[in-house]
Ligand binder design. Structure first.
Ligand code: S3P
Length: 179
């Protein structure tokens, strides 16, 4: 039985948390969201951490949380959109996990995040342009995943189903060193 963690990476608004929650339910696993873990432990919202302590401090907390979660097994882990910018986070997550990137077009991302007040990096005059430029700068990091899934026009349940089907394919099971 596959015991590696299933790790969802991807840009803000690609549906990582909603899909992760559904996937964990389908796989009968615990779901841990890195940002939720940080918020629970600090008793602060992500936006408050950015505001009061700055982004480097948030990245430090993110790295520590990832390091800790990477030592566990059988989890569905969802990460913040910037988690993969740090090489050591990717290395840790890959050590004991399958990395799956969720993708969406800038238009879909904008529709999904435009009301959000807990995404400090998208604050500013022109959210759409912020999304486009940040997405372009980060694409190559999300490409480091073992597999990617488009989420435009799909429900979280549909995407979770696609991921599960992929995880169950022979090609995947035998093509990787699981244990
Ligand atoms: C960030 C994405 C956010 C959160 C923080 C930074 C990023 O998570 O970790 O605001 O750098 O892209 P979501 O991807 O869940 O919105």
């Amino acid at each position: 039985m596959l015991s590696k963690n299933i790790v969802l990476i991807g840009f803000m608004g690609t549906g990582k948390s909603s899909v992760g929650k559904q996937l964990a339910k389908k796989m009968n696993r615990s779901w841990v969201d890195v940002d939720h873990k940080i918020e629970d432990e600090t008793k602060l919202k992500i936006s408050e951490i950015f505001e009061k302590k700055g982004e480097p401090y948030f990245r430090y907390l993110e790295k520590a949380a990832i390091e800790q979660l990477s030592r566990e097994k059988n989890l569905v882990i969802t990460t913040g959109g910037g988690a993969v910018l740090d090489e050591s986070n990717i290395a840790n997550l890959k050590k004991n996990g399958v990395l799956i990137a969720l993708w969406a077009t800038p238009e879909t991302i904008f529709k999904r995040v435009k009301e959000s007040r807990n995404r400090p990096l998208l604050k500013g005059e022109d959210m759409k342009t912020n999304i486009e430029s940040l997405l372009e700068a980060r694409c190559s990091y999300y490409e480091k995943a073992d597999k990617k899934f488009m989420t435009d026009g799909k429900t979280a349940l549909q995407v979770a189903g696609e991921i599960l089907a992929w995880l169950e394919t022979d090609e995947f099971e035998f093509g990787k060193d699981w244990f």
